[in-house]
Design a protein. Structure first.
Length: 114
């Protein structure tokens, strides 16, 4: 069954709310300087956890940008159009990844260049 634009827009809005909540929560975790513990293993664990949190926060920030960009495209009437070739993005792809920027062919070309 094909997914409607309204369903996709609602999913994007839900994803946006979730990401904002996650970023707010991760912003509440303050930096605790590594290297001040009683044991080197504790310091290493703390450093690892901080690096993991930074990585997750960067990923969530990137996803939030993609979601916001997709919502802007709804407003402009260009949602579901590949940003590289201008062809419609397959509905199944949008259902799986509602913030997709490119059709499958263009995405594959971009990944091959990397």
């Amino acid at each position: 069954m094909p997914v409607s634009n309204e369903e996709l827009r609602n999913r994007l809005l839900q994803e946006r709310a979730y990401l904002l909540e996650q970023l707010t929560r991760s912003g509440e975790n303050e930096y605790r300087g590594a290297g001040y513990g009683n044991h080197i293993a504790d310091d290493a664990t703390e450093t690892f956890e901080q690096a993991k949190e930074v990585s997750l926060q960067r990923n969530e920030t990137s996803l939030l940008w993609l979601v916001d960009h997709a919502l802007e495209k709804f407003e402009l009437g260009t949602y579901g159009i590949c940003e590289a070739c201008g062809a419609p993005i397959d509905r199944a792809r949008l259902k799986a990844l509602p913030y997709a920027l490119y059709c499958l062919d263009c995405q594959a070309q971009i990944e091959q260049r990397r």
